[in-house]
Each structure stands twice: as C-alpha cells, then as structure tokens.
Design a protein around this ligand. Structure first.
Ligand code: M6R
Length: 607
C-alpha cells in the first residue's frame, strides 16, 4: 500500500501543497518519499528513503519549482526501501515522471523487453516499466495521452498511476484499475489523490475515477474516459460534506477495525505475487530434507495452519516451532540439510531472528516470509517473499495473518502441483477458490459484523473463554484466543476438540462460553459430537459455521455464518475474520483501546 497526491495549479507553487498532503497519507506507508515537478519544461525530482519528515529535513521538498507536481509515499513491495526505488520513476530522457500505487504483475517480461530495446532501469521496482513504456510510445510520435493508452494496454495487475511530461506541462494523466483515485477540483487547481481527506483543506469538490478509467486533469478541469472503449464519461463533481477527524483511519474509530476491513483488498494484493518468487521458494521446499516453520505469536499460528496445508496438499511434512523454543528444541539437530521457513510480518522479531541466525550458522537454508522489504529477515534469507499487506499499525495482527495464510496456501498448492499430488481438476478448483477469497471475506464483513457486535455485547462481562477446533481449525482457534486475550486481557485458552476429555472439560460449568470453529470439512461430524458433549455440561456455545449448517445452528447458543463451499485448507483465512471482529468489539464494549494493548509493542525486538 502506498499513497499518491498530485497538484496542478493555474498559479503558484505545487511542491509545498504536495508535501503537506503527503503527510496525511503517511498511514499508507512511510519507508520512502518523493516528489517531482515541472518548471520551464524541465523535470525536478527529490526522493529518498525515510519518512516524509526525514526526507524533507534532508532535501527540502518545498523548494521544487513549478505549478505541477506529483508525490508519493511508499511501503516497499518490489525493491528495498532505497533512494533508487522511491517514486517518482522516470524515463531514460528524464522527461516523464510517474507515481504508481498497485502491482504490475508482468513487469519482469516488460522490463526484459524494454532493456532489449535499450532502456536503462535504475530501480528494482515493478513501477519503473511505466515511464519507459510511455517513452517508447512517445518515440513513435504519439501524444502523451495516446502513449499512455498504448502503455496501459500492456500492463497486467492493479494500478493508480499519475503521469507528468515536460513537453505537455499543462496536464496530469491519471489511470485507475482496482486502486482508488479521486480528483479534488478547485476553481484554478486540481488534486488527484489516493484519499479524499488530503484535499479537503483545499476544496470540497471531488470526482472519483472509477475502475478502468483514465482522466486528463488540468487546472480546475478534467476529462474522464473509459480505458476499454475510450468513450467519454460525463461525471460531475460531488460535494464532500464530511470532515474526517482521523484521515489516516479512513473514518474508522481504530486501526484494528480499519485493518480488519482492509482484508479484501490486502488479500487481493497478496494473490498478485510474482510467479518467480513463489516458484523459487517452492523449489527450495521441494528439495528440502526437513522443513521447520518458525515464528512467534500470530505468525506462529500461520506456521501451524501451513503445516496442515503442506501435509494435506503436497504430502510434505513440516515442523512448526515457536521461535523462542527453536534453539532449545531443535538447535542441536540443525544442519546443512535443514530448511527454515521463518515467518514474521515485521521481519524484526528478535526470537525469530535468533532462530534464523542459529540455523544459518549451522549451514541451514533460510527462507523468509515478511511484510517489510529491507527488514533483517529479508537480508538474511536465501529467498524471501513479501506478503504485500501494506503497513499494519494496530498491535494486534489481523490483515498480516490472512495475507501470510494466502501466501502459504499458494506455496502448498504449487508444491502439490510440482510433486504431482493433486489432480488437474482439483488443482483448478483450488485455484478458483483462492481467487474467490477476497469476495468471500467481503461478504463475511458485510453480513456478519452487526451480529458479531451483538454477540460481543452479550458476552462483554465474561471473564474466561475457551476456544476449540479440529484439524487446521485448531490454528484458527489459537489465533481467536490470542486476539481476545491480547486486546481484552481476558484469560482464554485453546484446546484441540479431541483433547477435551483429557482435561479441558473439567473447566466447563453452566453458562461457560466455548467458541467452536466448525467448517464443513472432514472433521465436521466429530466436531458435532464435541459440541454435544460440551453443551451437555452446560456450556454456552458460540459456533463459527458454514452458511446453512442447521445441525450446529440447532446446538449453538450463538452462531456466525461463513460463505459456503470454501475448501478446508483455506478455511482459516475466512473463519478467523469473525474472531478478529469479536475481539475488537469486545474491547470496544469493555472500553479498552484495541490498538494499544497494555505491555505489548508491534514488533518485539528484544528477547
Ligand atoms: O512481526 P512478527 O510477525 O514476527 O510478530 C510476531 C508476534 O510478535 C505478533 O504476531 C504478536 O503476537 C501480535 N501482537 C499478535 O497479534
């Protein structure tokens, strides 16, 4: 996730306006910042790694000259947070500047093709192909708008793009495909941006650029066309009546709720991972003699779920180990034949890095999955994947968990394919289902949130909770427990449903709440039996069920429904959503701040 803000004025200086608007976008990313302006047919650029304040302190963003400017704040997804990877990106002749939010899926092929045509690339980003493609089309004698049109025909993926060109300094061209973009319209100025709140101090008039549209923006004017057939789109500006107090939360009261709601789009990004990274990591996993999945907290729950995915789909047996126990438990046995897949959204968790360092010193192969390019984990991994969740501010991990699960599901599927462990038909079905996850998550959020809020109200004074599940749902139950206890300080415990008679059932008494995770998978029949037994002891059952599961509905005191037909190995991605919302609304009911749980920090960098 990144943020864009652009400005075109009849008179005045664009750079300070872009600078102060970018400050409002900082919640979208903060590892690099950049601005480009045009003055007297020359391009001026300042960009660097660091937050806006850091980059401004080093380079004074405000002294860029000119009436037209584009700006960007970055959260690295392709290429480390270094100056050369910061936006805006330019062409070889330094005449075109581009800022981009999204992912260009086919950038590797495009880059190769452009390099063969003589273009020189300065960055490792996917975005840099855009100015070079435009340059190539301008070289054919096309005007900027046509050159852009030809360029976007070649792009696969998602994008909000803004383009300026020294030879046509009277316009900003904006293109939108599955990434938000709105233009603030004033009398003698226009402000294309990722988020409306950035221009509200300047104008209240807004024009949304919808999916697959292109806008030619000049001072106070705009023309919108459909990318597909180039037809003109008549669209009047709308008056924005709201004044968001907390722009960075997009109107949500807490980051945790905003990040829970980010999930349809963050998962969509995760599903656009570059093939070559997935393929490379799959190859390493395929060759590995033994695989350890190592992480802390929520990321450890990802490891647990992944162990089911790898085993069930690819017949690969893996060892999930909490990072803090790794050296003690496995330290002596690690050797050149060991492969460690370390999972850490921050890439800086001390215990995870210590486990990795130990394994490295014993010649093991290190693979990494993280949300932060440039983090220590990316530097010490032989191969790493960036999960593409965008920055997560809330201390409780939510969207980073579901993104990790999506990456692991894709890896397990590839490995299964490589090993010939799933039929062609089954493979196609699973691939189709993975693509449906963002919509399924959206549906859960739309249809179940109010119900969950009511359930939280009902249980707000309860002082102990049990969570349970079987199979892969055990990982979901563990994550639900962690969410509740870290944001609500409610002692909670997870037990594998099959273990109930070995101790946990002794806790149950009248009205005691037990949350069951019940997808309709191979464990369904058994979980029905587990629920009956616990219910017979007087427990209150809260069940997360598949839509229309009348059998469990009849047993449960409260239920939350998940869309039908999702395969077992993908179920944690959806079944965890109600548990995140439950923890959130419980905290709200109990007047706690879910974004800042006591004693906890976002990245635990001490052991
Ligand atoms: O950055 P990491 O994924 O390595 O963080 C691991 C844990 O510290 C983290 O998941 C923690 O448990 C969260 N607060 C859970 O919500």
């Amino acid at each position: 996730m990144v943020g864009i803000f652009c400005c075109i004025l009849k008179d005045g200086k664009a750079a300070p306006i872009v600078h102060s608007a970018l400050k409002k976008l900082e919640y979208r990313g903060y590892d690099s910042t950049g601005e480009a302006t045009i003055h007297k047919n020359k391009l001026y650029i300042k960009k660097d790694s660091g937050t806006i304040d850091e980059v401004h302190a080093r380079h004074n963003l405000d002294d860029l000259p000119g009436k037209i400017g584009i700006g960007h704040i970055r959260w690295a997804t392709h290429g480390a947070p270094l100056r050369e990877n910061a936006h805006p990106h330019i062409d070889c002749k330094e005449q075109i500047a581009v800022v981009h939010n999204g992912i260009i899926e086919n950038f590797t092929e495009l880059k190769k093709e452009l390099e063969e045509l003589g273009h020189t690339f300065k960055s490792k980003t996917d975005s840099e192909v855009i100015p070079h493609l435009i340059e190539e089309n301008l070289n054919r004698g096309l005007p900027l708008i046509e050159a852009t049109r030809e360029t976007i025909k070649r792009l696969e993926g998602s994008y909000a793009i803004a383009i300026i060109y020294v030879k046509e300094p009277d316009k900003i061209i904006c293109v939108q495909k599955e990434s938000s973009l709105t233009i603030g319209i004033a009398e003698n100025a226009a402000y294309p941006t990722s988020d409306i709140p950035t221009f509200l101090p300047l104008t209240k008039k807004a024009v949304t650029i919808e999916n697959q549209e292109i806008a030619i923006v000049s001072d106070g004017k705009y023309e919108i066309r459909k990318i597909t057939d180039w037809s003109l789109v008549p669209r009047e500006p709308k008056l924005i009546k709201w004044v968001p107090k907390k722009a960075e939360k997009l109107g949500y009261p807490h980051f945790m709720l905003k990040e829970i709601h980010d999930q349809p789009s963050s998962i969509r990004n995760t599903l656009r991972l570059q093939d070559q990274y997935l393929e490379l990591m799959t190859t390493f996993l395929d060759r590995a003699k033994e695989v350890f999945l190592v992480a802390c907290g929520t990321s450890y729950h990802t490891c647990l779920a992944a162990s089911y995915m790898f085993s069930k789909l690819a017949f690969l047996s893996t060892h999930p180990v909490p990072a803090s126990e790794f050296i003690e438990q496995q330290g002596k046995s690690i050797n050149i034949d060991s492969t460690i897949l370390a999972i850490s959204q921050s890439g800086e968790t001390a215990d995870t890095l210590a486990a990795v360092e130990h394994a490295r010193l014993h010649a093991a192969t290190i693979l990494g999955l993280t949300n932060v390019i440039g983090s220590t984990l990316t530097r010490v991994s032989r191969v790493y994947i960036c999960q593409q969740s965008g920055p997560e501010v809330g201390v409780a991990a939510t969207k980073t968990f579901t993104a990790q699960l999506c990456v692991l599901a894709q890896l397990a599927l590839r490995l299964a394919k490589k090993r010939g462990k799933v039929s062609h038909t089954e493979m196609e079905r699973l691939e189709e289902k993975i693509e449906q996850i963002p919509d399924a998550v959206e549906t859960i959020l739309q249809t179940q949130e109010e119900r969950i809020r009511q359930i939280a109200k009902k249980y707000r004074d309860i002082e102990f909770f049990l969570f349970s599940g079987r199979g892969i749902s055990l990982a979901t139950a563990l994550e639900g427990t962690l969410k509740l206890l870290e944001t609500n300080y409610i002692p909670s415990m997870t037990f594998p449903a099959g273990e109930r008679e070995h101790g946990p059932i002794s806790l149950v008494e009248q009205g005691f709440p037990v949350v069951f995770i019940c997808p309709r998978d191979e464990t369904h029949e058994k979980i029905v039996g587990d629920i009956r037994e616990i219910k017979d002891r007087g427990a209150s059952i809260i069940a997360i069920i598949e839509e229309g599961d009348e059998e469990i509905k009849a047993l449960a005191d409260d239920h939350i429904e998940i869309v039908k037909g999702m395969p077992e190995i993908l179920s944690p991605i959806m079944y965890v959503i109600p548990l995140q919302l439950f923890a959130y609304y419980m905290a709200v009911e109990r007047e706690l701040d879910p974004d800042r749980p006591r004693h906890l920090t976002k990245a635990v960098t001490v052991k």
